[in-house]
Write a new protein. Structure first.
Length: 150
């Protein structure tokens, strides 16, 4: 997993509209890049809505918000529309971004082990350097915006 002090990759991927997102587009702002497992699931919806509901406060504090999962652009468009999300969602279908950040790993659910996205948020500073990592054990989906602003 990328750590505090590491430079974030320049190419982040394509959003729900097929637009390429780059770290350099966010120079001068802090970027809250949050990785989540799956569109339209309860925990991921709660996390996205926390960020949506506090979006103006995040912007006021100099943050840009970008979500990323391995779901498709079409899935992201549907999720964004249904939840009224004001920020882009990266469709990392080839898993390049989750692997670059080190958040693709082994998970367990109901005794079954499988590979998936580890819910993690990276705060990237104005110069593209990771200044904070909020790990899966730390994230509280319903209070995630407050954790970032904290």
């Amino acid at each position: 997993m990328l750590q505090v002090g590491d430079k974030a990759p320049e190419i982040l991927g394509r959003d729900e509209n097929g637009q390429e997102l780059r770290t350099s587009q966010f120079r001068g702002k802090k970027l809250a890049l949050y990785f989540y497992p799956k569109d339209s699931t309860p925990g991921c919806t709660s996390e996205a809505c926390s960020l949506r509901d506090s979006y103006e406060a995040l912007l006021a504090r100099g943050y840009a918000v970008v979500g990323a999962s391995v779901d498709s652009e079409a899935s992201h468009r549907k999720f964004k529309e249904k939840q009224g999300l004001p920020f882009p969602l990266i469709a990392d279908t080839d898993k390049q971004l989750v692997q670059a950040f080190g958040v693709w790993g082994e998970k367990k659910l109901y005794g079954r082990t499988y590979m998936g996205t580890l819910r993690t948020t990276f705060i990237i500073d104005e110069n593209g350097i990771i200044e904070r990592v909020i790990t899966p054990k730390e994230i509280k989906v319903k209070e995630h915006a407050a954790q970032i602003l904290g």
